[in-house]
Design a binder for this molecule. Structure first.
Ligand code: ZN
Length: 200
């Protein structure tokens, strides 16, 4: 099992490999970042953003939280979106959910995790209530969870698209698209939910 100290050894090996592959990588990155993508994903340790889409340091601007939520009152997430759109001028915003998301599962089972996570995940519970008709047509629990993971991504794509940040960007004629994708833990594959928004 890795220890805190062993992470430094891992890090030295990683940095050396990167320099071997691309000798000027760090000297370029230290000057500026120029990512084309903003990734909004779940904090789940099994969904490492850069790694699953094969992007290098500097290529993906990342925000992650429990159950990949975008709330209109979350200044943390909104600050990241505003910085990504207005300063970094990313071209694509990717909301990435994943199947078997424990945050989404928690909202369905209504089990008690307590504290702040409980309050945070109530937003997913609200979504499940809003989509009750659609979800109740699915009798299998696992399939219902799969569906809610997808609906949650769609809802967050809508939330990103409806921020003043995106509305203003589109009004200015800036090209930026918002996409919804879902990652399958079972096979490591990413699926496009085809809910992309390129303007309102
Ligand atoms: Zn998750």
């Amino acid at each position: 099992m890795p220890t805190f100290q062993s992470l430094f050894q891992n890090n030295r090996v990683w940095a050396k490999n990167k320099v071997d592959q691309d000798p000027t990588l760090f000297s370029r990155l230290v000057k500026q970042q120029n990512p084309e993508f903003l990734w909004i994903g779940c904090s789940d340790s099994r969904v490492p953003a850069n790694e699953i889409v094969g992007l290098m340091p500097g290529e993906l601007f990342v925000h992650r939280n429990l159950a990949n939520l975008v709330l209109h009152t979350d200044f943390n997430c909104l600050s990241v979106i505003q910085f990504a759109v207005e300063s970094l001028k990313v071209r694509d915003i990717i909301v990435c959910g994943h199947y078997e998301c424990s945050g989404v599962a928690h909202a369905m089972k209504k089990s008690d995790v307590g504290g702040l996570p409980e309050s945070w995940l109530r937003h997913v519970e609200d979504l499940a209530m809003k989509k009750q008709c659609e979800l109740s047509e699915i009798s299998c629990d696992a399939q219902r969870l799969t569906k809610l993971c997808e609906l949650n991504v769609q809802e967050q794509v809508r939330n990103v698209s409806r921020t003043d940040i995106l509305r203003n960007a589109w009004r200015r004629g800036q090209h930026v698209a918002v996409h919804g994708v879902v990652y399958d833990l079972a096979d490591g594959l990413l699926h496009d939910l085809n809910v992309s928004v390129t303007g309102l």
